[in-house]
Design a protein around this ligand. Structure first.
Ligand code: AMP
Length: 499
């Protein structure tokens, strides 16, 4: 069909391979007036080189990304892109069995493109000029990113002191076996995937994001759902990080914001009540943040603050066991820097019951909780029904200030004898603890008059209040002082009774 071709760029990778094959096929390559000029030049040079060619011969380029318009002003033009990667160390045999995209605007041009491809030993297929971007993106993913994958995989083999070249026969095998998916994700073996993630985090943290993105895409192919990052890592017991500053916590949260964040605010001295909140957060959120801060502004009385039990080491151990990802244990100055003067006041709800007896208490609670919300930006925040009025105050803050936080309030956890668990229970002597039991018994009647009567009869207890509070749900709530320790408790009057 065509007997003479001038290859422009014959010294390059594609140009030299193509020239060698054309010579093998008996095509004349050195004529001054060839029938076809084949541009094997870099993409950005095509338009300039094409413009310099005198009209007459067919003009073709071998680029996958470049539209035919780059060959203006030539009307006899065609694109023929070998979908191959070329190496200068190999000869024309590297063309054998390859595919080639032919882009043509008419039958004559198509015939030239098909002829050229077949003469080179390629299998032609048609590519519309307008679909080049998708075609080329696919080609780049398959060829260039394979290099990226080999690099990433090789760097992991180096961690194991294994030569990266060992991967090559594996990679070839995957292609030769028709891209059949095998391995841990195909099997749903998440423990193995978790082990991969652990070593990557430790040795090659720069690969974590790539590994996760590929794992997610691979799970889709396998028809499985990849467990969330934290569940995966939890399978081997991930470390709990302790952050002392706001900046440190924000930094640690930065790459976790794609998933859901749960916040459990505590003042420490953890017991089963706190742990129930942590467990709920662990099962519902990708990342669990527990704050550990004895907030001075919610204590009215200095002695009470000084006496509040503290045991950070034990708390951190329990947080670790409960699968907490981040513990935020800030200093006083971090939460109340010098000059601090911004307060959140829930005016009515914050001044009844507990608020009446402890003026300023809920102002301290609402302020610190809002600050924690601003720092952590949780999807969900976990509170105990034990502090029913506190939960109600936070609900009000969330509503009034239109915060995007889901409030989760969990039932009261009690000891076998009915006493609601509280960090303050540690301050009771055994005799005081015995006397304190009347509070839960009285509230357990779910009857205001009976409860008041029972408490009036109990010797040595000072009753601060026993009231029905119209919270959500309504509760029978009470506060008593036993010796120098103040205890609060409540029983919901609607919905599930607290066991
Ligand atoms: P605290 O450390 O006392 O500020 O309590 C932290 C969170 O744990 C609060 O939301 C409390 O309501 C909750 N909490 C405390 N005691 C219990 C309990 N016995 N049962 C359920 N939640 C509790």
């Amino acid at each position: 069909m065509i007997e003479s071709i001038r290859v422009v760029g014959a010294g390059g990778r594609v140009g030299s391979t193509v020239s060698a094959r054309l010579a093998e096929r008996g095509i004349r390559l050195d004529e001054d007036e060839p029938e076809l000029v084949l541009l094997c030049v870099p993409d950005r040079a095509i338009a300039e080189v094409a413009a310099e060619i005198a009209p007459g011969p067919w003009v073709a380029h071998v680029s996958g990304a470049t539209p035919l318009a780059a060959l203006d002003p030539h009307a006899r033009r065609v694109g023929m892109h070998p979908l191959l990667s070329f190496s200068k160390t190999r000869g024309p045999e590297q063309l054998d069995g390859g595919w080639a995209a032919v882009t043509a605007e008419g039958d004559d041009a198509r015939a030239v493109g098909v002829w050229l491809a077949e003469t080179l030993g390629l299998e032609p297929f048609e590519l519309a000029d307008s679909r080049r971007a998708a075609y080329h993106a696919g080609a780049a993913v398959a060829s260039n990113y394979l290099v990226t994958l080999r690099q990433a995989a090789g760097s992991l083999l180096e961690v194991a002191d294994v030569p990266p070249e060992a991967l090559d026969s594996l990679m070839r095998g995957v292609i030769e076996n028709g891209f059949e998916l095998t391995g841990p994700i195909a099997r749903g073996d998440w423990e193995t995937v978790a082990r991969h993630l652990h070593v990557i985090q430790r040795e090659r943290p720069e690969l974590e994001e790539l590994y996760l993105a590929l794992a997610e895409a691979t799970a889709k192919i396998a028809g499985r759902e990849l467990p969330s990052n934290s569940l995966l890592l939890g399978a081997e017991g991930r470390g709990t990080k302790v952050c002392r500053t706001i900046a440190e916590l924000r930094g640690a949260l930065a790459d976790r914001r794609r998933g859901s964040i749960g916040l459990v605010p505590t003042m420490g001295s953890l017991h089963e009540g706190h742990l129930s909140l942590l467990r709920a957060a662990r099962s519902e959120c990708d990342t669990v943040v527990m704050s550990l801060f004895v907030n001075p502004t919610q204590f009215g009385d200095e002695d009470d603050l000084a006496r509040y039990p503290r045991n950070e080491e034990r708390d951190l151990e329990l947080a670790r066991e409960a699968g907490v990802d981040l513990v935020f244990a800030p200093t006083l100055e971090e939460m109340y820097p010098p000059g601090f003067q911004t307060w959140v006041e829930v005016t009515e709800l914050g001044s009844i019951l507990e608020g009446e007896l402890r003026p300023g208490h809920f102002r301290g609670v609402a302020t610190i909780v809002l600050k924690l919300f601003a720092i952590v930006r949780p999807a969900r925040a976990y509170f105990g029904q034990k502090d029913a009025q506190q939960a109600e105050v936070i609900r009000r803050v969330i509503r009034d200030l239109a915060l995007e936080v889901e409030l989760r309030v969990l039932p009261i956890v009690r000891d076998a004898d009915g006493l609601a668990l509280s960090s303050r229970n540690a301050l009771l002597s055994s005799e005081e603890r015995e006397r304190a039991l009347v509070l839960s018994r009285a509230l357990g009647t779910r009857d205001l008059q009976k409860a008041r009567a029972l408490l009036a009869d109990s010797n040595g207890l000072v009753v601060d209040y026993v009231e029905v509070a119209s919270f959500d749900p309504p509760v029978l709530a009470g506060a008593v002082r036993v010796g120098s320790t103040r205890l609060i408790d409540n029983v919901p009057l609607e919905g599930e009774p607290t066991p």
